[in-house]
Design a protein around this ligand. Structure first.
Ligand code: ADP
Ligand code: MG
Length: 856
């Protein structure tokens, strides 16, 4: 049995795109065959049919109309599939035999260019990983043209990948995917040689038109990132055989510029994504995002995920915010100007690639037209010169005026979404186009005048001139007047009540009209393509301006939030001290009625590096812990902070850990994970880090938990010397500070009121004396009998009694335990006595002293 030539062609093309759903163009449809057809039927709800394959077995088939294909592509890509678009690459009318077909583009989650596949507020990074030691990362956003390279220690890989939040990751065949990837990320495997270093250098040099890579400022240390970039560019070229969108020169990022944030920290502080999906009001991003442009929204998200580590660049941003905070009118002017700027970064890229619609070009024109206002607003800012950043932007803002003028001169006022749906190019912009349009309009006018003339000539009062796509222009006569029709009219169509005719004259003008219309359309296309080229020639300038506007937008959003929420400028220093006066939680305070949030002072300095935070459940421990983390992070992003006063010694890393059972979004048996992450902190933290531990050790039994918490805190205190806040409801741990020279206790106050607990949310020195667990149980509605019984048992336990015949578990008073010291301190001291040197009298005194200590 022989296969049809068409099926053979299909199979050959499909073999080269085995991992993609192949949209195979046949006339006005894209057809999918075999497994692709079944997948499409399942994922898109299409009806599966079958095609007879030249006598061979039936081939399952599903198709979508070309006109509606965009929506189907979107749905497939959103579900993590790749879609290869295979077109007829020669005109079927002139093709001899089978029409030639070829894949012109493969659309994947990480390589999407159209608006329906992109979120305006997020970058869409495609990330390649070179999994060596250290790891290389390359990230490209095809829609904005950004390209970044970085080489990171293996321990930071997951965090670095997460910062890009990619929907697709490129890995060499056989390599393990980075740990902790969220579900739904598409893994793309490429052959190992694509990661070869020499190949990478070639690929990068070719893509960016460089002689060598020296111009990029790369060193031998960046080799892993270069290898990843080589593989990534190779892959992108394979996806876009017709030409890759223009990319900006790669920017090389160095560890040390920004603060690595691990997954747990990013998630628990709810920086950009909420812990509970959907509830975005709980994120820091939601509080700060007053940006007015998509570029600004994307940049803000990125800044939050990569706080700075050096004092100078942080102060530079803060200086900018300060200028804007101080000038309310200037703020409003700048906001108004920025608001009119749309996504010029993506529009520019699309136009340069020849993919922009006339409407896109119109939006680009309107956005560029706002730039002079932005510049004027910047120029008019009071005390602008106190911010090098704003001053620099005021001078450096490229208005791309030549392009703005060109677009304004050429484009129609409201260009249509598709060419031909209205005029894209304005009248007077191009003589040739004007001529064709005049011919077309003249022809139309003549045809319209024909109606009056022929009416008069024939005496048919109801005669009408009309047009339809099939028959072109015609003269319509109602049936009753049929007899009056002159013999030279040619009948074309008979309707129920009327007849339609054409005349030689009408046909002649019709040809002129249609010909002119076609010429006008072709000329419009040419002119639009010219505009695309004009954009391409200026793309770097457009993108630089876009990035500058994004930065202005974010600084302005910081300033607006600062004013609205009464934040202060933090004093950012190279010192150790973290001193917050009347600090608030930026998110929680907004979720409570205004003024209901209780501010607190928090001080971490050399004498109290470790703050042990105790207090009953629901007292506000976790809130304080997180607000300190968020405040430090906000300061290092260059934002004002929710406090009356803040001095912040910059931290090199910020770690947040939440005990397993407090972490709602994780499943069971996570104690192991918790310990894993805790050990990562102990290895990763330095004296300049800030470590926030919330109920660590809770995922196991009380004693285990307390023991681990104790040992971890001791290690951070003795070995690492970093700033640490440890929140725990194990009030037993407060004894720990007696042994640690640089630690202090604090507790979040609660007051008993009758049988109930009133939470004051006030931080005060000293440890909590008890847990109030039973009170909280009562508040939560435990039946009175259960509460009463719990109180009885508690009293018995505290007095060291047995409860109902069962042995009492060891008392939780840790001074009684040998858990933390392997022996009693009196024994240790006894062992330490140098008997050879003691006089008998001294020996007796020591003995008495030891005995006294035992009796205490
Ligand atoms: P804990 O960790 O001690 O169990 P949380 O920090 O989770 O307590 O706080 C419990 C709730 O108390 C929060 O959801 C918030 O509504 C409220 N709360 C916490 N801190 C404050 C505060 N400073 N002022 C007002 N309400 C607060
Ligand atoms: Mg808590």
């Amino acid at each position: 049995m022989t296969e049809t030539p068409l099926m053979r062609q299909y199979r050959e093309i499909k073999a080269q795109h085995a991992d993609a759903v192949l949209f195979f163009r046949m006339g006005d449809f894209y057809e999918m065959f075999l497994d692709d057809a079944k997948l499409a039927a399942r994922e898109l709800g299409l009806t599966l049919t079958s095609r007879n394959n030249g006598g061979a077995a039936d081939v399952p088939l599903a198709g979508v109309p070309v006109k509606a294909a965009g929506e189907y592509v979107r749905r497939l890509v959103e579900r993590g599939h790749r879609v290869a678009i295979c077109e007829q690459v020669e005109d079927p009318k002139v093709a001899k035999g089978l029409v030639k077909r070829a894949v012109i583009e493969t659309i994947t989650p990480g390589a999407a260019l159209t608006d329906d596949l992109l979120d305006g507020n997020r970058n869409n990074f495609l990330v390649a990983v070179d999994p060596g030691r250290p790891v290389g990362l390359a990230a490209v956003d095809l829609s904005t043209g950004e390209c970044m390279l970085e080489t990171v220690p293996n321990a930071d890989l997951a965090g670095a990948v997460a910062r890009y939040n990619p929907r697709e990751i490129v890995l060499p065949e056989g390599a393990e995917p980075p740990a902790g990837l969220p579900g739904g990320v598409l893994l793309t495997r490429r052959e190992a040689w694509e990661y070869d270093h020499a190949h990478a250098e070639d690929e990068i040099a070719r893509r960016f038109g460089l002689k060598g890579l020296d111009g990029l400022g790369v060193t031998a240390e960046d080799r892993p990132a270069l290898r990843a970039a080589g593989a990534l560019l190779h892959y992108i070229a394979a996806l876009q055989p017709a030409g890759v969108p223009q990319l900006a020169c790669p920017s090389v990022r160095r560890a040390g510029d920004t603060m690595p944030l691990d997954d747990m920290t990013r998630r628990n502080l709810e920086l950009v994504d909420p812990l509970r999906a959907g509830d975005t009001a709980t994120t820091l991003l939601a509080v700060l995002d007053r940006t007015g442009t998509p570029m600004g929204a994307r940049l803000l998200r990125r800044w939050l995920l990569e706080p700075l580590r050096a004092v100078e660049p942080i102060r530079a941003r803060l200086d900018g915010v300060s200028v804007l905070v101080a000038d309310a009118r200037g703020r409003d002017r700048l906001r108004e100007a920025l608001e009119g700027i749309r996504d010029v970064e993506r529009l520019g890229g699309r136009a340069a690639a020849g993919r922009a619609s006339p409407r896109d070009l119109g939006v680009l024109r309107d956005s560029l037209a706002r730039l002079p206002d932005v510049k004027a607003a910047l120029d008019g800012l009071a005390a602008r010169e106190t911010s090098a950043l704003l001053d620099g932007h005021a001078h450096g803002l490229d208005l791309v005026a030549d392009l703005a003028e060109l677009l304004a001169a050429r484009l129609a006022a409201r260009p249509p979404a598709t060419v031909g749906d209205g005029e894209s190019i304005r009248a007077g912009a191009d003589p040739e186009l004007d001529t064709q349009r005049d011919l077309r309009d003249g022809g139309k006018a003549f045809i319209a005048s024909l109606q009056a003339r022929e009416r008069e000539r024939t005496g048919i009062g109801s005669l009408k001139v009309g047009y339809n796509r099939v028959f072109g222009y015609y003269l319509e006569v109602t049936r009753t007047h049929r007899d009056l029709v002159p013999p030279e009219w040619e009948r074309r169509q008979t309707l129920t009540g009327a007849e339609r005719y054409v005349t030689a004259e009408l046909k002649e003008y019709e040809t002129r009209v249609l010909g002119a219309e076609e010429c006008a359309l072709a000329r419009e296309r040419e002119l639009l393509a010219e505009l695309g080229i004009a954009v391409r020639e200026r793309l770097e300038r457009i993108q630089r301006t876009a990035r500058l506007s994004a930065e202005l937008d974010v600084l302005l959003a910081f300033a607006e939030t600062a004013v609205r929420e009464s934040y202060v400028r933090p004093e950012v220093t190279d010192g150790f001290v973290l001193d917050l006066k009347a600090s608030r939680h930026p998110v929680v305070e907004r979720l409570l009625p205004r003024g209901a949030f209780v501010p607190n002072d928090v001080l971490l300095d050399e004498s109290s590096r470790v703050l042990l935070l105790t207090g009953p459940n629901m007292a506000g421990k976790s809130t304080i812990l997180r607000q300190v983390g968020l405040t430090v992070l906000m300061a290092q992003v260059g934002c004002y902070v929710p406090a009356d006063q803040a001095t912040i010694g910059v931290v090199d890393r910020l770690f947040t850990r939440v005990g397993a059972s407090d972490d709602v979004s994780r499943g069971q048996s996570t104690f192991m994970v918790e310990m894993h992450e805790t050990s990562a902190i102990l290895r990763g933290a330095t004296a300049r880090s800030l470590v926030l531990l919330d109920e660590i050790g809770r995922g196991t039994s009380t004693y285990d938990g307390v023991a681990i918490a104790w040992a971890v805190t001791e290690h951070l205190h003795d070995q690492v010397g970093c700033k640490t806040i440890f929140a725990t409801h194990y009030h037993e741990l407060t004894q720990l500070t007696e042994e640690l020279a640089h630690a202090a206790n604090a507790n979040v106050a609660a007051r008993e009121s009758g049988d109930d607990v009133v939470f004051l949310y006030r931080l005060q020195p000293g440890g909590a004396d008890r847990s109030y667990g039973i009170h909280v149980g009562r508040l939560a509605g435990l039946p009175p009998a259960v509460v009463a019984r719990a109180e009885t048992i508690l009293a018995l336990l505290e007095d060291g009694h047995h409860v109902a015949g069962r042995p009492v578990p060891p008392s939780p008073d840790l001074s009684q335990l040998t858990l933390f010291d392997s022996e009693h301190p009196v024994l240790t001291d006894l062992r330490g006595l140098d008997l050879d040197r003691l006089t008998p009298l001294e020996a007796l005194q020591q003995l008495a002293a030891l005995r006294r200590r035992l009796e205490e």
